[in-house]
Design a protein around this ligand. Sequence first.
Ligand code: ADP
Ligand code: MG
Length: 542
Amino acid sequence: THAEEQHNFSAEVERLMDLVVHALYSEREIFLRELIANSADALDRRRFESLTNQTVALPDKPQIFLTVDKKGNLLTISDDGLGMSKDEMIQNLGTIAKSGTRAFEKQLKDAKPEDRVNLIGQFGVGFYSAFMVADKVEVISRRAGSDEAWAWNSEGKGKYSIASSTRNTPGTDVILHIKKDAEEYLESMRLENIIRKWADHIAWPITIKQDDKETSANEGQAIWTKPRGDISDEQLDEFYRHVTHLFDKPLATLLWHAEGVIEFTSLLFIPGMVSPFAPVDQERKSKVRLHVRRMFITDEADMLPPWLRFIQGIVDTEDLPLNVSREMLQNTPVLARIRKNLVNRVISELKKLSEDKEKYTKFWELFGAVLKEGLWEPNENNDTIAKISRFYSSTVDGLTSLSDYVGRMKENQEAIYFLAGDSLEVLKTSPHLEGFKAQGIEVLLFTDPVDAFWPDRFGKFEEKPLRSITRAKEDLDKLMGKEERSNSEEEEKLLKTLMESLKDKITDARMTTRLVDSPVILAAKEDGPDLQMQRLMRRNDR
Ligand code: ADP
Ligand code: MG
């Protein structure tokens, strides 16, 4: 027999455990969601591994099984998942993979109590929530494909032990010694309610056993396989929170069953908020999950282009083999077709959403900067993206579309004018605007970094080129049909003096009629980068 080994938690784990247990006390029922989610993950992983390794094949009726022992004050969560080896137990239950305890701590402090529960899922510390309701936690696990079982034991106070154990079949039991003040979790009715609220979407059957009575707690059916009419709004919202780790409601939910040449189902969400942990800019990649016949395959299949990476959710298809390889994911025409189809559907949904001004403004504030990358990246939807893009302007309140701008253009105006900068406040008082304001010519105000890049690439919108008003030659005189004027002697003298004293800093000095209140303005060369672009380039050099 093996002796019991004593281990200490890493300092990070101890700190996190303390945080989780205290910050979430008012919502402590979510420990069950976290433990069930871990069981479901382990079942998913076993099913996936069994595709290439017969020795880990799933049993006939794989499930998650909860056992209530009221007399012994025990609640056990068992699963037929992949299980853990001894090393995996030490690694997964004793250390923290993700760094950033500090960031987590700050988020936790700032979040509303009801939002905190979702932060822990995002941070990969769900297991420790068990200590909210248990003063002792035992984990008995047997890795599929192995005969050895191991028992992990802890009271959560800085240390844990590991010893050899036995288990008839592969899988994991998490045994909770329920605290005196948490006895409510020893009632199968209560557990059933929690599961309905938090874990209804779990695609594995969950059974609860108390006093020899077994109750089925969920349908064990993937939510997206049901017709829309059979899914409640609550279930959709809960699934949204599950896949996004966000804590609000989606701005829009898109569920499609595509039939015909290719068959797939997709359940996508436009989030109602930006994730505090994974800002969309961090990695320019879509994380939409790919499933094949309900089975999760990967979230790295680039199901949507980078400029739609704010969309989250799943795609499930019948048209790929379960053991689809990485190479195949990149090359198969099936996926290419699904991707194209998805982009078209998402774009037409956005078009529809744009008719709801209030909702669309919220959407635009959250994700407009990302979507505009699609104006810069050459793709077949450039024109549509331009149509559904919105901008601030020097003359109208709120956001406006390019089409509306074109509709308001002066008779002899040839270009769509814009001014790019860091903030609306600064732009609105920019001397560059003076002449345009005085002549009543509208100028779009661009405040996102990507705005410095896409206009030059984009080409024309409804036959009209986009032109930065910081380019020196942009001549208001011409626009207003005035004659060209020549400089006086004094003016020539002044220009010469300016050129001499600033010769390292400017390429030319000219008289202009575009200013009204300001005496002088710094402009960009017609054939060079626009001023905002120059600013951004300087910033990147540092
Ligand atoms: P996360 O699930 O986000 O990784 P958790 O704290 O919930 O974080 O779990 C930590 C790790 O412990 C999991 O990633 C997994 O490797 C392991 N684990 C937890 N529960 C189980 C289980 N029932 N079966 C197998 N592995 C598990
Ligand atoms: Mg977990």
